[in-house]
Design a protein. Structure first.
Length: 147
């Protein structure tokens, strides 16, 4: 991890990243307790880790990144995302949008506000996506990332 990414991640934790990661962990625990929510528990924990250290990572479509369709990228993934959106996604996304609005009020908070908005997007539709390092080479079917 570069020095700049490390600095941004440390500042991120100080400016509210820990609280949103805790919200993701809480969502994972609630999903696990319900038993019905077990398929979403692992995704919530992965996103909690991403929420702790968002700089230096990115979210990509799993089907485009791997070049293969799977259960989460097809019709069942769509249904799972709709259920996620109704029961958990909207309030996690709302938390990220509120954090983004608060951070956007300051100039130094703008990169963190942008990171919260990206996290709000994955909070709404997480199934069929994966988190990869920014420096990971493009895979078959994936568009190159220009940095």
């Amino acid at each position: 991890m570069s020095a700049l990414r490390l600095l941004l991640n440390v500042l991120w934790l100080i400016t509210g990243g820990v609280w949103m990661a805790a919200a993701w962990v809480l969502a994972a625990v609630i999903l696990a307790i319900t038993i019905i929510g077990l398929p979403w528990t692992r995704a919530a924990l992965n996103i909690a880790l991403y929420t702790l250290l968002p700089f230096g990572q990115r979210v990509v479509s799993r089907a485009e990144y791997t070049g293969q369709e799977d259960l989460g990228t097809g019709p069942l993934g769509f249904i799972g995302n709709v259920l996620w959106l109704v029961f958990a996604g909207w309030w996690l996304a709302l938390g990220h949008v509120i954090e983004a609005a608060a951070l956007a009020l300051t100039i130094i908070g703008l990169p963190f506000a942008w990171a919260h908005l990206k996290l709000a997007g994955i909070a709404l539709w997480p199934i069929g996506r994966m988190i990869v390092p920014v420096d990971a080479p493009p895979r078959p079917g994936e568009y190159p990332v220009y940095r």
